[in-house]
Design a protein around this ligand. Structure first.
Ligand code: ADP
Ligand code: MG
Length: 232
């Protein structure tokens, strides 16, 4: 095993995020240290407003930290160009959101194909790859439908397929079961766990779900912008 394979996917050192200025300053993240390696399944827990989304956005390079170091696959993202950050993100990170964020006029197939289209891949080239992942999330019968012809749980499955279609090293999910009933939420958790096993993709998932917390391999608790208790 060479050292390269041991390079963490994500490494945060002393990361803080401050919103606003002077009297209205809000410390959203306070001196966060966090390392994410290959094939992890991490539940990021904490009350509303504790900093979960801010932390995920910083890991994704969508938002920049106010201080501290953020490494994505060994690249210090505070110091590289926006283009390079975008490229690293596009090649290595998949996203899943609470409200699915699907494109309403596109079919299931086209929503999942979308990230590959942005890469310049033709539909014909992408077809097998797209249909494979649609099958993996259990939607093969529905690939021609548009999002509003699907249930919430099915829409989240589309979003999971879209996040995984480029085989990213890490998937960031921000409250993926937050808009689903308990049973549907559990089905989504089971699917995420299965995808973690099958694809060896790392997941970091912010959640209020006790079930997800119990099934995660690692739990990161955040409160008032600080990580206060890690259970492995
Ligand atoms: P969570 O996802 O855990 O609910 P957030 O990361 O969204 O928490 O928010 C953490 C804190 O930062 C909250 O107090 C929130 O109001 C604040 N915050 C988040 N984003 C912004 C922003 N763009 N501008 C100002 N304050 C923000
Ligand atoms: Mg949030």
């Amino acid at each position: 095993m060479g050292n390269i394979s041991k390079l963490p996917l994500v490494q945060l050192q002393g990361v803080s995020k401050v919103f606003g200025k002077n009297s209205s300053e809000l410390i959203a993240l306070n001196n966060i240290n966090l390392t994410i390696n290959d094939t992890e399944f991490i539940a990021l827990c904490g009350p509303s407003g504790s900093g979960k989304s801010t932390l995920l956005n910083i890991i994704a390079g969508i938002d920049l930290s106010t201080s501290g170091m953020v490494y994505l696959l060994g690249n210090l993202i505070n110091t590289i160009s926006d283009e390079k950050v975008s490229k690293l993100r596009a090649e290595n990170i998949g996203f899943i959101f609470q409200f699915f964020n699907l494109l309403p006029v596109l079919s299931v197939f086209d929503n999942v194909y979308y990230p590959l289209m942005l890469n310049g891949m033709s539909k014909r080239q992408a077809k097998d790859q797209v249909m494979d992942i649609i099958e993996n999330v259990g939607l093969i019968k529905h690939y021609k439908r548009v999002p509003n012809e699907l249930s919430g749980g099915q829409q989240q499955r589309v979003a999971i397929a879209r996040a995984l279609v480029k085989q990213p090293k890490i998937v960031i999910a921000d409250e993926p079961t937050g808009n689903l009933d308990t049973k549907t939420g559990q089905e989504i958790i089971d699917l995420l766990l299965a995808m973690n096993q099958k694809n060896k993709t790392s997941f970091i998932i912010s959640t209020h779900s006790e079930s997800l917390k119990n099934q995660a391999l690692r739990v990161v608790e955040i409160q008032d912008g600080k990580i206060n208790n890690e259970t492995v």
